[in-house]
Design a protein around this ligand. Structure first.
Ligand SMILES: Cc1ncc(COP(=O)(O)O)c(C=O)c1O
Length: 472
């Protein structure tokens, strides 16, 4: 245990220098000289290694990682099973391209994904390299199948940085700024953001059935949000025509948008509307998948079945791999050669992803149960902070995918981006890596590796709590 002068005992965090330390500072100077300005750094820290929920920086500081490489290492950093699978595969075949010399890892992983996603119909999978690429391909597949063009996405959505994914993304600065023109036939509907709902100002959540939290669910999750859904229907019928819509793409829990779960009733209405109008429903589970919400996929909280899903992040345990998966007849719409890419479904990445599936299967109950347990611990803590800190306007999430939205005043709900940024800075300076989110940049999100121990979690949450109090 590290006994600190300020009286806070740290079992896991061990800071030997100020953060950033001298080596991180020197590397950042080099980075500025040699790397394009575009890629953003939410911390000034360079790391040497990582394991479980801990990271060690180049200056020898031990920190807790509450960001998981933006929700990727759900099974923990350098999970031994994932490392072993990568090492083994790397000695056999690093790359032959599935388009030239095929290998069983691609097939085995596709089969695993088809078995894991919901739907009692035949399913197929296409593998690619990143979330954005999965989104691109999901749209290509949906258009190819429906022979329609219009795509509906949502306010506050984030789907990636390539042109179609960026066109579907909502936030302008800095995801879209200076990059226009965007893709045509993209229509944006209002997201049922209960805390800031322009249609009903949250009244639909007040009417919802109250519920305790068996799986980290808050009562407003059950809302039907019917006024918001009616505004969606009006928009489709008034501006596009349902018969022109190929697909609706939605994140069941907004990721970059600030961890807003789609209310259950809204999602069910959306599914019904899509069915009635021959529209495909694409769930983007790139951030919410692989145990992140206490279930393998967030869709399992809803009792609906999407036509297509996009997966990435947690899938590869840290290796770059992504997937589009869903109904076989839809997935088979593009002709042979119509979708693909040199690196798609790389064998080393497939091996890592198969190891991730093994971890969820082997430890099915324990990994997902732990995810639910830490979700409950996080939500209990942040719910409690909200009671005494008026600048916490909203707390929300599903399972361990929890977030805190800061406001200047609880009545006006004016977003408090400055506070979120200050808290994030306080946290990394004190040994906890967090990231912000939200269209207004005023949200701190908790994206811990799902293997984090309760002790590590508690220590990290204490730093966040201290940070909020210190920065008010
Ligand atoms: C919901 C969602 N979709 C798509 C993406 C894009 O994924 P990638 O960064 O791998 O391109 C992200 C990334 O944060 C995401 O959270």
């Amino acid at each position: 245990m590290i006994i600190r002068l300020d009286g806070i005992n740290r079992m896991h965090i061990n800071l030997k220098t100020k953060i950033p330390g001298p080596k991180s500072i020197a590397l950042m100077e080099e980075r500025k000289k040699h790397v394009a300005r575009g890629p953003f750094h939410s911390t000034p820290i360079f790391i040497e290694r990582a394991h479980g929920a801990k990271v060690w920086d180049v200056d020898g500081n031990t920190m807790l990682d509450f960001a998981s490489g933006i929700g990727v290492v759900n099974v923990g950093h350098t999970a031994p099973e994932v490392v072993a699978a990568i090492q083994d595969q790397a000695t056999k075949n690093i790359h032959s391209s599935i388009n030239v010399l095929a290998y069983d890892g691609y097939i085995n992983l596709s089969k695993k994904i088809n078995e894991a996603i919901p739907g009692d119909f035949a399913k197929k999978t296409f593998l690619c390299n990143s979330g954005a690429e999965a989104v691109e391909n999901a749209i290509k597949i949906a258009r190819s199948y429906t022979k329609r063009q219009a795509i509906i996405c949502f306010d506050h959505a984030y789907h990636g940085r390539t042109y179609m994914a960026m066109s579907l993304t909502s936030k302008v600065k800095f995801y879209k700024h200076t990059f226009a023109p965007f893709n045509p036939e993209v229509y944006r509907a209002q997201f049922p953001y209960q805390y800031r709902c322009p249609t009903c100002n949250g009244s639909c959540s007040q009417n919802s059935e109250k519920q305790t939290k068996p799986e980290g669910l808050r009562s407003d999750f059950n809302s039907d949000c019917s006024p918001c859904f009616q505004s969606f229907v009006n928009m489709v019928n008034g501006q596009i025509g349902a018969e022109n819509v190929a697909a609706v793409i939605i994140e069941p829990v907004l990721g970059e948008g600030g961890f807003l779960p789609v209310p259950k009733g809204y999602m069910k209405s959306l599914r019904k509307f899509c069915d009635e109008n021959g529209i495909l429903l694409i769930l983007d589970e790139i951030q919410s998948g692989f145990g992140r919400t206490g279930k393998m996929f967030a869709v399992e909280h809803y009792g609906i079945v999407p036509d297509l899903m996009t997966l990435a992040k947690g899938l590869g345990g840290g290796m770059p791999i992504a997937a589009v998966a869903g109904k076989a007849e839809i997935m088979d719409a593009p002709p042979e050669g119509g979708i693909g890419g040199t690196y798609c479904g790389n064998p080393v990445a497939c091996a890592a992803a198969l190891a991730v599936f093994d971890l969820f299967e082997k430890d099915k109950s324990s990994l997902l149960q732990h995810s639910v347990a830490i979700g409950n611990s996080i939500s209990a803590k942040i719910d409690q902070w909200k009671k005494s800190i008026p600048q916490i306007g909203d707390v929300r999430g599903l399972g361990p995918m929890q977030a805190i939205e800061f406001v200047k005043d609880p009545k006006t709900k004016e977003p408090n981006k400055e506070l979120a940024s200050k808290v994030a800075k306080y946290c990394y300076e004190n040994g906890v890596v967090t990231i912000t989110a939200g269209t207004f940049g005023n949200v701190i999100r908790v994206l811990v590796p799902l293997t984090i121990s309760e002790e590590e979690l508690e220590e990290g949450l204490k730093v966040i709590e201290d940070g909020i109090k210190a920065c008010l």
